[in-house]
Design a protein around this ligand. Structure first.
Ligand SMILES: Nc1ncnc2c1ncn2[C@@H]1O[C@H](COP(=O)(O)OP(=O)(O)OP(=O)(O)O)[C@@H](O)[C@H]1O
Ligand SMILES: [Mg+2]
Length: 231
């Protein structure tokens, strides 16, 4: 479904991604794991068209997307929930959700009901401003907003960052639930243990390179991976 072939990204002279190749198949949850600064967020921003690669190719559903605008990529069903959530603080919860559907005009009420079904708290809070939500609720809103865009592939950047364990659990449950309903997921996580537990396959990034990839269960039992990423 998604294929990166030898992708390089530079921030002026700094080479942040060095010949990254990775694939995500339809129906999968794939996790992308690595230390701070490894290039995880850069990878997601490059896939969603916010950053342009200096070399290499990105294909989504067989089409080359690396020269398309972020809007065109969203229209194809590839949605990105960035690090730090970026919800609109002055808008209500419902208005934030509706913004997620701005490129679509069909069945928006049905989609809103579906998101409220997944996150009942957002329905309770629908008329409150986004800024009044707790951190965990804001993360749910950010994911809910992306779901309003009817993603085929969802890119999630550190969805559990800074959340209390109960919210972390809920977010990971929701990721699996969304995936069962047919959304493919590329998941960036510091919480490597949980990410590998819910994902089918995983890639490990070190300073801009993929150093290892395998089925998640095999990564969990790999001694080197255990030592470096699983404590
Ligand atoms: N706008 C930028 N300008 C210059 N360098 C940048 C910029 N954004 C990121 N970098 C550098 O690129 C590298 C990869 O950063 P990136 O944010 O992708 O890492 P990450 O794996 O997401 O890290 P974290 O776990 O801390 O979120 C880092 O060395 C970072 O300092
Ligand atoms: Mg990051």
């Amino acid at each position: 479904m998604l294929k990166l072939s030898k992708v390089n990204v530079h921030y002026s002279e700094i080479e942040a991604l060095k010949s990254i190749s990775l694939e995500v198949n339809q129906g999968e949850i794939v996790s992308l794991i690595g230390a701070n600064g490894a290039g995880k967020s850069t990878t997601l921003m490059t896939i969603s068209g916010i950053i342009k690669p200096t070399k290499g190719q990105i294909e989504f559903e067989g089409k080359t997307i690396d020269s398309l605008s972020p809007e065109s990529i969203v229209k194809m069903g590839l949605l990105h929930v960035p690090e730090g959530r970026r919800i609109f603080p002055r808008l209500s919860v419902k208005e934030n959700l509706l913004l997620g559907a701005y490129l679509r005009r069909d069945h928006i009420e049905d989609e809103l009901d579906r998101v409220y079904g997944i996150f009942p708290i957002l329905k309770e809070r629908s008329n409150q401003s986004g800024v009044t939500l707790s951190g965990g609720e804001q993360q749910m809103l950010a994911i809910g907003r992306a779901l309003m865009g009817k993603p085929k592939l969802l890119l999630l950047d550190e969805p559990s960052l800074g959340l209390a364990p109960i919210f972390v659990k809920k977010i990971f449950e929701v990721i699996q639930e969304i995936n069962k309903e047919g959304v493919t997921v590329l998941l960036v996580e510091q919480n490597a243990h949980l990410a590998l537990q819910v994902s089918h396959r995983g890639y490990i990034l070190e300073t801009g390179r993929v150093v290892h990839h395998d089925e998640s269960q095999r990564l969990i039992s790999n001694e080197k991976v255990k030592e470096a990423y699983l404590g």
